[in-house]
Design a protein around this ligand. Structure first.
Ligand code: AHG
Ligand code: MN
Ligand code: MN
Ligand code: MN
Length: 334
């Protein structure tokens, strides 16, 4: 009976968020409407990714049959920008694909700011490896006087964050500040259904995830940490290396299996590679909500205050105890 009841009692992402909104009696469903537009964007990208190989959406942008071919990350960006603006719930958007922030015109202006990476892991598009979308949501104090300062805020001000991973299945992982929940797209319904309620990351993991190709440029604490993963001094088994090269996929595995994901600073890029507003903050928010933590090498990642909208930061995130180890190494070095 329970299984039968479960099957017919569909907990869609919209219903789940409405339930959570119930905790905020003052809300008028604006957040739910905003989220439904983000979900629409994810469904579009999911279908485009699945057809990418067939619809020649991959490879270099270039003209074919007269119509300008759009690369998947450009197409995805356009879809998310249009979906977010048309939701009537946003006043400023920051996208990895737009050099400048997008300020929404008055008639459609709402109270939220969304920072997003429409297509994360672009280097993996052409070979069919999992890619994703990452987003973070802020409330803007005065939507009629929005400036960049409203956006250049610490991640601790973030209201909600999530990602959608386009892999063997399409999974959307979301937190609105009350823990983390995972939803899987049922293509026959076109609905995201709750499949991973209340995700908690294991306190320690057996996996480390880093691009070892950058090892020659790492600073001492990072080098020491990776060395200890490979040659543990306390007789514990060495860790496994898993690196997909799409942050969404590497973070999703870390969230479910435990372990640590790191994109450290190195001599070539002293601030690392990942962008604060739409990669580091959303993933750090999710990790903390799932009982893990996120560290920049200097401070708690969410306490960073970006100076520019595409600022980068080194990031070490994942299982609480694993991140404690890297924090200790940085503390002993300083
Ligand atoms: P994007 O495709 O949005 O530019 O992001 C790519 C990022 C991130 O997804 C991944 O963790 C990282 O690039 C991989 O970088 P390396 O190839 O340098 O390891
Ligand atoms: Mn990215
Ligand atoms: Mn991207
Ligand atoms: Mn990119």
């Amino acid at each position: 009976h329970a299984a039968e009841a479960q099957r017919t009692d569909l907990m869609t992402i919209t219903r789940h968020v409405l339930n959570e909104q119930g905790r905020h009696p003052e809300s008028r469903g604006d957040f739910t409407i905003l989220l439904s537009h983000i979900v629409l964007g994810c469904k579009f990208v999911a279908s485009a990714v699945n057809k990418a190989g067939l619809a020649k959406l991959i490879g270099l942008a270039g003209d074919t049959n007269g119509e300008e071919q759009k690369k998947l990350d450009v197409l995805s960006n356009e879809v998310f920008v249009k979906a977010l603006v048309s939701s009537g719930r946003t006043c400023v958007l920051v996208s990895e694909e737009n050099e400048e922030a997008i300020f929404v015109d008055a008639p459609l202006r709402g109270k939220y700011c969304v920072c997003f990476d429409p297509l994360d892991g672009s280097s993996n598009i052409d070979c069919g490896v999992s890619i994703g979308t990452i987003f973070g949501i802020y409330m803007i104090k005065d939507k009629d006087n929005v400036t960049l300062d409203d956006v250049l805020q610490p991640g601790t001000d973030m209201l909600a964050a999530g990602y959608c991973m386009y892999g063997s299945s399409c999974t959307l992982v979301l937190s609105t500040g009350n823990g983390v929940n995972g939803f899987t797209l049922d293509p026959s319904l076109g609905e995201f259904i709750l499949t991973h309620p209340n995700i908690k990351i294991p306190n320690r993991g057996k996996i480390y995830s880093v691009n070892e190709g950058n090892a020659k440029n790492w600073d001492a604490p990072t080098a020491k940490f990776v060395e200890k993963c490979k040659f543990p001094q306390d007789g514990s088994p060495s860790k496994s290396l898993r690196y997909i090269g799409s942050m969404v996929a590497d973070v999703h595995r870390t969230l479910l299996y435990g372990g640590i994901f790191l994109y450290p600073a190195d001599q070539k890029s002293p601030n690392g590679k990942l962008r604060v507003l739409y990669e580091v903050f959303p993933m750090s928010f999710l990790m903390e909500q799932a009982g893990g933590q996120a560290f920049t090498g200097k401070q708690r990642a969410l306490e960073l205050v970006p100076r520019k909208i595409h600022d980068r930061s080194p990031i070490f995130l994942g299982s609480y105890d694993d991140v404690e180890d890297i924090k200790a190494l940085y503390a002993s070095e300083s």
